[in-house]
Structures are given as C-alpha cells and as structure tokens.
Design a protein around this ligand. Structure first.
Ligand code: KG4
Ligand code: ZN
Length: 372
C-alpha cells in the first residue's frame, strides 16, 4: 500500500458548483458523511428544457454562502474543526465554477485552511467510498469501500467513460464517448418525446409501461471496444419518431412530441432505455473480463438509474454495492471525499492562484502521479 495516513480524523469541507447544483458537505477521513447539503436548480432550468449557464451562475451566487453555513451547522462542526477545503475547479460551466472556487479561495484565506482543487468527474467515483454517516442522515450506504484494482463506469450528463484505478490518483482511461455523453442522450431523447428535464428519471418512469422491444435501435460499433458513441442512438430515435408520426426530417423536432400518443411515447422510452443500458453493461462486462478488477463501481448522474443497476448486477459475477442515488447525481460529499485522498499525496494550492478549467479530462488533473 503506497498510502501514508499522516492526519487522523481529517474533516474536509467540500464545495461543488460546476453545473446546476450548489452543494457543500463535510466528510471525515474520506469515508464518513457528516452533512450533505444540495440546492438544486432543476426547477429553474426545467422551464427551458436544460441548464442556462447565466441563470445557473446567478443562482449559485445567491445560495452559496447559506449552503456552506448549513453544511457546517448540520455537521455540528465549527470552522476550528475543519482541516481542509476541497473545491471543484474543473470541468464545468465557467460562471458556475467561478462562484464555487471564489467562495472556497476566500474562505481558505480568511479561515487559514489548506485548499485542494478537485476534478468533478474523478470525484463522482468517490461517492462509492462513503461507507459511514452521522446518525442524523439515513442513506443506504455500501458496507465497505471498493478495492483496487477498481473498474469505474462513469456516466453523467457530460461524460461517459470506463476507467481502471490501480490506486487513488493512479488510473487509466480505457475508453470514453466519441460524441454525446449517455446522460446527454437521455436528456435529448426525453426532449424529443416531450418529457421533462432531467431526461433520465423521466424516461425511466415511463419505460416500465412500454414495450422495450418495439423498436430495435442500433448499438454503435467502435474501433476501441471500450469507447462509446450515443449521438447515433439519439438520431435513430428521432428518425423512428418521425416515421411513426408520418413526417420527414424537415419537420420541427419540438413539435413531434405533441403528435405521439401515450403508448408510442412509452414504447420509445422503454426501447431507448434498454439499448442505452445494454450498451453500458456490454462494455463494462468486457472490461471486467479483460482486466479482472477486484471491485466495480458506477458513478455520475446516470449511475442513479435503476435499470442500469439491475442489468449490471445481473451480468457481472460479483456483488456490487451501489452508492445511494443522492450521492450519484451532483453533490459536494464526493468532492470532500476525494479531497481527503488527494490531500494525502498533494500539496495544497495557493488560494490566490487557483483558476477554473471549464474543459479538462480527468487524466489531466493535478495529482502528483509519480508519487502514487
Ligand atoms: O452527474 P450529473 O448529476 O451531472 C453532470 O455532471 O453531468 O448527471 C446528470 C445526468 C443527466 O443527464 C440526467 O438525465 C442523468 O444524469 N440522470 C439519470 C438519472 N438521474 C439523473 N439518468 C438515468 N437514470 C436516472 N435515474
Ligand atoms: Zn456530475
């Protein structure tokens, strides 16, 4: 084991604001959740059918201080007890990232705390390392932490990737999407069918009442068998909907949904969810066979999907303990958790110098890889 635990009982305050959730959380020793405050903007953005960046940034600004204060209060923690601050600095919407990092930088200076820059996508994986909680929370948590080597299927609104972790901060990307992320495909297909944002839960609510074999959508064939492509699937759904309602591709797509009846909508939802899920499970199973990891985890908003969890558990010959859904979609507990492991191997960043990076692969994070 290369890790040296120098600090006992380290409490990290995590701050997350990369997209449309303003969140703060306190986590002890990268394992025990003491508070998990999330202010979601879903209602604000649902009106527009997706996240509006300027609206998101403004909303973060309004709630960031109360959210942080509430995270400390519900964790029963004063500033004296906080050992470090971890904040999402990449990737995400620039205005949204700026609000969270500015708050974290200011607090790091004022309260004299070390500050650690955290990559949002990498942090999603760390939701799976939370195995304990304070009495006032009642999440259904895994009974033990994942072991290395660990295969991670990371599926969110912006990312679809398979990564193999040998240790904290020491991993390789086996494959990733070449176009749309799977969450993006869920959101776009939901929009075509006239279902509310976010698309994942909307489609899954409808899918059980539909025929999942009514439409046979194609699975993309990729050169690297771990890569994904979801843009073709989304277009295949669009074309099938156009055929079903008897219009061609010049027909405005936002008017299609009104021409579908309830049965058609449910059949499309069920068929799409089945193919999207099968695609993710096929690739994860292949990587499992090729790399024989000790643990498999799923991470990111789409990891909250019950059909995905069910299909993966049915296909893989190992018991998977999933993180609770509240920790799969965006939250700050995952930021505080990764912050702890990151702090074991890295120096804090100068709060005056931390900059946001809206677009950054997780393989380009600031980990001192040579130490791992
Ligand atoms: O990780 P996340 O909260 O934000 C990003 O970092 O992107 O992921 C959001 C994505 C959305 O595309 C949403 O449709 C999807 O996660 N999602 C789901 C479910 N809950 C959220 N997809 C499938 N099933 C769900 N239950
Ligand atoms: Zn996310």
């Amino acid at each position: 084991m290369s890790m040296i635990y120098t600090v006992r009982q380290m409490k990290v305050l995590g701050i997350e604001s990369s997209c449309d959730e303003t969140a703060a959380s306190v986590v002890e020793d990268g394992r025990v959740l003491l508070s998990n405050v999330i202010n979601s903007q879903i209602d604000i953005h649902a009106v527009y059918g997706g996240v509006v960046p300027e609206v998101a940034a403004r909303s973060h600004l309004e709630v960031i201080n109360p959210v942080i204060n509430q995270a400390l209060a519900t964790a029963n923690t004063s500033w004296d007890d906080i050992d470090a601050i971890a904040v999402t600095y990449a990737p995400g919407l620039i205005g949204s990232l700026l609000v969270g990092t500015l708050a974290a930088r200011t607090l790091a200076i004022l309260k004299d705390k070390p500050l650690y820059p955290i990559h949002h996508v990498e942090a999603h994986v760390y939701a799976n390392f939370i195995t304990g909680q304070t009495d006032s929370l009642s999440l259904s948590l895994p009974s033990k932490q994942p072991e290395f080597p660990m295969l991670a299927l990371i599926v969110s609104g912006g990312h679809s990737q398979l990564a193999l972790f040998k240790d904290h901060g020491d991993y390789e990307l086996l494959g990733q999407t070449q176009d749309d992320a799977v969450g993006e495909a869920f959101d776009k297909v939901a929009k075509i069918l006239g279902l509310p944002y976010p698309g994942g839960p909307s489609l899954e609510k409808l899918a059980p009442s539909g025929d999942s074999h009514k439409y046979e959508f194609p699975k993309a064939k990729m050169q690297n068998s771990y890569d994904f492509s979801f843009s073709g699937l989304k277009t295949a759904v669009l074309r099938a909907v156009q055929r079903e309602v008897g219009v061609d591709f010049t027909f405005p797509s936002h008017e299609l949904a009104a021409r579908l009846n309830g049965v058609q909508r449910a059949d499309f939802a069920a068929s799409f969810v089945r193919i999207a899920t099968e695609t993710l499970v096929d690739k994860t199973e292949r990587a499992f066979r090729d790399y024989a990891p000790r643990s498999v985890v799923i991470a990111g908003g789409v990891a909250a999907s019950p059909p995905l969890r069910k299909a993966l558990s049915a296909r893989l010959p190992l018991a998977i303990e999933y993180a609770p859904m509240q920790l799969c979609t965006d939250n700050a507990a995952m930021i505080a958790t990764l912050g702890y492991y990151y702090a074991q191997k890295n120096d804090p960043v100068d709060p005056l110098l931390l900059e946001v990076v809206p677009s950054l692969s997780m393989t380009q994070t600031a980990w001192k890889r040579s130490l791992s």
